[in-house]
Design a protein around this ligand. Structure first.
Ligand SMILES: Cc1ncc(COP(=O)(O)O)c(C=O)c1O
Length: 380
C-alpha cells in the first residue's frame, strides 16, 4: 500500500521541504556568535509577521507554554482577570490564570459564535476593572475568529493588559499586534508557522513590561525578565531547540517571500472553499456566520445520520486523510479541517473530495462532485 498521508489537523500541520531541510543542518553551540546572529535575525522576521515593534521572544515550549508565560509574568495570586471564552482554548487560558491564583471572571459565549463586545462592556461596567483580559484570536476548537481590534481599542486607555492567544492564526491571518493594542501576543510553531511542535513566540508591549517588572508572582523557566536579559545579547536563558530555530528561520522566509497580504488572501480563499464544500454536502458549519469564520480551520457537524467518529475512522483508515475531531463538549460530535501553513487551494479540494467519498461509502445521501464543485466555484 502506498500509505500516502494527508494531514488536515489544525496543528500539527505539514512541514515544507525547505523547513525540513533547514532543520537537518549540523548542530551549533547556542552560546556561539553564530547562534546569536541568526537568533537576532529570526526575531526581526517574526516581528514582521506579528506586525509589531514590541519585544518578541522565541521560547522552547509548546503553545500552552507561551500562554503560561503570558500569565505567569503578569498575574499574581488574587489578581482580577477577565477571561473571554469562545471555546476550548479560551477555557484553557482561564484555567492557567486560575492555576496562578488569579480571581477569574469568565464570560462564556456559545460555541460557534464570537465574543460580543456589548457583553464585554456590560461585564466591565458591572464587575470591572480587571488587571488582565484574556482572549483567543482564533478559537481552534470551533473555527471562530474573534475581533481583537475592537477589544484592544476598548482597553487601550486603561491600565489593563490584553493577553491574546493567536496560536492557530499567526502567520495565516492579518494580526496587527501594535495597532490592536495587544500587550502579550502568543503563538506556537506547529500551526501556520509550518514547523513541528516545540516553539512558542510571545511579544511584549512596553505597557506590559511595567506590570512584569512589578509582578511578584512565581516563575522560573518562563521568566520574561530572564528572557529579556539574555536577549540583550541575542541569547536565550536556557538551551533553545536549535533545530527548530533553523526551521523557524526558513519558515519565516517562506511567509515573507510569498508576502503577508498574499498569505492572508490564500488562507481566506482556502477557508471560503472549505466552507462552500462542506455546505454543499449538507453538513452544518459550527460557525454559521461567514463573517466570523476562521481562515485556518473549518469545523462542521456531520449530521444526525453520520457519526463523526465513523467518518474520521474511514477517512484515516481507507484514504490516509486525517481531520481533527471535536474537543471539550463537542468531543465525538464535530470534525475539523485544518487549512493553514503549507496548504494550497488544491489541498482543500482534496479534503472535500475525500469527505464526499467517505460520506458516500457510509451510505449518506450525497451527490458525488457536489462539494468539490462548490469548492471550485468558490475559488474561481
Ligand atoms: C488556539 C490554541 N491555543 C492554544 C493551543 C495549545 O498549544 P499547544 O498544543 O502547542 O500547547 C492550541 C493548540 O491546538 C490552539 O489551537
Amino acid at each position: 500500500m502506498l500509505n500516502k498521508q494527508y494531514l488536515y489537523t489544525p496543528g500539527p500541520t505539514p512541514v515544507p521541504p525547505q523547513v525540513a531541510a533547514a532543520m537537518s543542518q549540523p548542530m551549533i553551540g547556542h552560546r556561539s556568535q553564530d547562534f546569536a546572529q541568526f537568533h537576532g535575525e529570526i526575531v526581526g522576521k517574526a516581528k514582521q509577521v506579528f506586525q509589531t515593534t514590541n519585544d518578541l521572544f522565541v521560547l522552547t515550549s509548546s503553545g500552552t507554554g507561551g500562554l503560561e508565560t503570558a500569565i505567569a509574568n503578569t498575574v499574581s495570586p488574587g489578581d482580577r482577570v477577565l477571561a473571554l471564552i469562545t471555546g476550548n482554548f479560551g477555557e484553557r487560558f482561564a484555567k492557567i490564570a486560575a492555576a496562578y491564583g488569579a480571581e477569574v471572571t469568565k464570560v462564556e459565549f456559545p460555541w460557534g459564535t464570537a465574543l460580543d463586545m456589548e457583553q464585554v462592556v456590560q461585564t466591565w461596567d458591572e464587575e470591572g476593572p480587571f488587571k488582565v483580559v484574556l482572549a483567543t484570536h482564533n478559537e481552534t476548537s470551533t473555527g471562530v475568529t474573534n475581533d481583537i481590534a475592537a477589544l484592544g481599542s476598548f482597553l487601550a486607555d486603561t491600565d489593563t493588559l490584553l493577553l491574546v492567544d493567536a496560536v492557530s492564526s499567526m502567520g495565516a491571518m492579518d494580526i496587527r499586534t501594535d495597532e490592536w493594542h495587544v500587550d502579550l501576543m502568543v503563538t506556537g510553531s506547529q500551526k501556520a508557522l509550518m514547523l513541528p511542535p516545540g516553539l512558542a513566540l510571545v511579544s511584549v508591549s512596553p505597557k506590559a513590561w511595567q506590570t512584569i517588572e512589578a509582578n511578584s508572582g512565581v516563575r522560573f523557566y518562563f521568566s520574561l525578565l530572564d528572557a529579556r536579559k539574555s536577549f540583550a545579547n541575542n541569547n536565550t536563558p536556557w538551551t533553545p531547540a536549535v533545530s527548530l530555530f533553523y526551521g523557524l528561520d526558513a519558515a519565516l522566509d517562506l511567509i515573507l517571500s510569498e508576502g503577508l497580504p498574499q498569505v492572508f488572501q490564500r488562507h481566506a480563499r482556502m477557508a471560503a472553499a472549505a466552507r462552500a464544500g462542506v455546505r454543499a454536502l449538507g453538513m452544518q458549519l459550527l460557525a454559521a456566520d461567514d463573517a466570523i469564520a476562521s481562515h485556518t480551520v473549518t469545523a462542521f457537524l456531520p449530521g444526525p445520520e453520520t457519526a463523526a467518529g465513523d467518518l474520521s475512522k474511514l477517512l484515516k483508515g481507507e484514504m490516509g486523510v486525517t481531520f481533527a475531531g471535536g474537543q471539550g463538549k463537542l468531543k465525538g460530535k464535530l470534525l475539523r479541517i485544518g487549512h493553514m501553513g503549507w496548504c494550497s487551494e488544491l489541498d482543500v479540494i482534496t479534503a472535500i473530495a475525500a469527505l464526499e467519498m467517505a460520506l458516500h461509502k457510509l451510505g449518506a445521501d450525497v451527490e458525488l462532485g457536489a462539494g468539490v464543485r462548490a469548492a471550485q466555484q468558490a475559488l474561481l
